[in-house]
Ligand binder design. Sequence first.
Ligand code: ADP
Length: 496
Amino acid sequence: MARSVLALDQGTTSSRAIVFGYDGRPTGLAQQEFPQIYPQSGHVEHDPEAIWNSQLDCARRALADAKTAAGDIAAIGITNQRETTILWDRTSGKPVANAIVWQSRITTSLCEHLKANGLEATFRDKTGLVLDPYFSGTKIKYLLDAIPGLRARAARGEILFGTVDSFLLWRLTGGKVHATDYSNASRTLLFNIHTLEWDDELLRLLDVPRNILPKVQPSSGSFGTTDPALFGVALPITGIAGDQQAATFGQACFAPGSAKNTYGTGCFLLLNTGTQPVVSNNGLLTTIGWGVGGKVTYCLEGAVFVGGAVVQWLRDGLGLIGAAPEVEELALRVPDSDGVFFVPAFVGLGAPHWNPTARGTIIGLTRGTQRGHIARAAVEAIAYQTRDVLDAMQRDAGLTLNHLKVDGGASRNDLLMQFQADLLGVPVRRPVVSETTALGAAYLAGLAVGYWTDPGDIVRNWALEREFLPGAALADREHRYERWQRAVERSKNWAE
Ligand code: ADP
């Protein structure tokens, strides 16, 4: 019985599809980048057709790569770039506009307006989110207002909204199913994470008609079956979760108090807080991790906007390195950053500071500063930002982490991982399977059809590739962290 599970991982810069076996190891993979559209500074869009075509193509190629017939796929799981907003025509299935991507700052003034009207607490209490353009709700309102006649069409029931998971589900089922899961719904600013329902007051405040919204379901369970025209057979779609939540699931962070940090373009630290949402007093988001087996698991989340992207900047902006992995060798040419600190607040600061007018700052330069020091400070900045988030999280949740699981492109950097362990004072654990996002979607789908029988199977599949143990003396660590915090203060409000 060589059956497998297919995960569709629709990311911000590329679509990927991965076939997984029972042991949680990939047997086939395909990836395809698609265009980023920048209509104006601060606006980011995607063509939903490019998302769909690249995703479908990857699914077929991943099956071929795994030498697996579609009929041997036990279930399909979907994971996706979160918050990105798509509206489409219910009858034709055609998008009414480009998708507004999570990074887009297009609704900044709308968020400011809502804050000025004293609504931040209302949104925070119900959704666990902050009023930032990052989330879907204000993007929906923006589209409904910007496109002539769209509100009237929506009122007539002709328009549907979805995050990327929902749009893919609609297309995969041949236009039969309009649904999403709790984790994606929890990123819209419209979903009450306590009652698990779309919230009438929030819908009214954002002027979003209820009839455009998808049905919200648990993350593991039957969402529908694929149109047989796509893969030759109808395949069950039984798992959906936003990318960061899926990665947390794929890392087997099932126990309250367990956490993972993804080091990609940004850094996303999620801490499982169990069946109760924890309200943050320290600038973090409260979000739904997943709904599985009749139970909802909540997480605290810290989103850092620039993580591995600081290394891209060393490559593309400064030309210091030719490729991202070279940063490690350059940083290792010096024993430490020699007092140089680099706050990569290129697009402001996210959690826990939420300072949109902060800007990048390199401080502590002397005549002795070399390229290696800048590289080292950049790498260390990724770890310092993670500590900012983790400290806030531990205060909010009232607990002490005993280790951190890691994934994402920059987690391949051993220097960074060792520095992270030193700075946090806890072991950092890197798994064998780095594709934790896709794996999480596969697990959610596979659990629903009994391919994996319970989370214990998943815990058993998690295998350690390398553990980094904290080494540096505590006194030095705290001294350095204090200086980092001073550098962060100096980066704030610069673009005001
Ligand atoms: P995403 O899913 O956000 O596109 P990935 O998980 O693929 O991101 O990670 C890519 C990011 O990791 C890039 O920003 C890149 O600069 C960074 N990166 C890749 N390899 C390394 C490395 N060895 N050291 C530091 N950063 C790295």
